[in-house]
Design a protein around this ligand. Sequence first.
Ligand code: AMP
Ligand code: FES
Ligand code: ZN
Length: 310
Amino acid sequence: MKCRRCRAPAVIDVRRHNAGFCADCFTRHCREQVRRAIDDHEMIAPGQRVLVAVSGGKDSLGLWHLLRALGYETDGLYVGLGIGEYSDESGDSARAFAHEHGWPLLEVDLRATYGFDVPSGARAIRRVPCSACGLSKRHVFNDAARANGYDVLATGHNLDDEAAVLLGNVLRWETGYLGRQHPVLPAAPGFVQKVKPLVRLGERELAAYCVLTGIDYIVEECPMAAGNRHLGYKELLNEIEERSPGTKAAFLFGFLERGHERFAADAVEERADLHPCPECGAPTPADVCSFCRLRARATRVIPVAAENSA
Ligand code: AMP
Ligand code: FES
Ligand code: ZN
């Protein structure tokens, strides 16, 4: 197979585009896909400061590398979630990458800063770890970006991630989530803008980008995510994609172009009655935000019964 652009021997084929690429043209293709996502969805305005959330995996390190290659002077943010060896290794990977390039990396450790970690948080609310994890990451990303003067927070969610989330939301007709599922969540009082510049690139493309550009990433996935619903949807979509290449992209991009708008009202309604959480100031529809409730339960000191305390 030959490179679609320069006719040199191809090193990767992207079935969705029915094309092969040589290494140089492939990295250019990745940059163009990110450029296009940023432009099409007006993700980053000139002069805005961008913070990239990096986990040490291929998507987020690839994203940081791509944004820098496109001229965005982005800094990184790593959040220590306290998930045993996995977190140690993902922190090491993010730090090594930042150090190698001399790019600033902010670090927030959930236990040191907020007094709990993902496993203890999940136990306290009796939910699966991923739900305590997702809630904590969303809160800490926003908090860290605001506290350090960033306007935009970028995450490494790719085409495969977004298509799997879309499938889950459609299967349950989660209209509020569908209204919010977009590569850009605009800034609002208390919220920085959230963007997903990798929506036009699949998981396999990110892995190839990292290998071809020499990015050393951790291959292990979070051990707590094994068997979760999201991974199941990814596998199902991969089976469909295998039979008819391009379906995943058509599903996601079709929704963004023709479906999303129809659910936007549901999301606006949810954002309308937000007020600052009295504990942390984050916008919430409840008395106290869900992160502060999680934190309170996870860090609660069990009172000693009166008869035992004398
Ligand atoms: P996940 O929720 O694990 O699918 O990760 C989605 C995105 O969140 C990644 O691409 C990163 O941008 C970001 N992310 C995940 N884990 C961390 C972490 N521990 N620290 C900073 N960013 C993270
Ligand atoms: Fe959050 Fe695994 S990364 S539970
Ligand atoms: Zn709060």
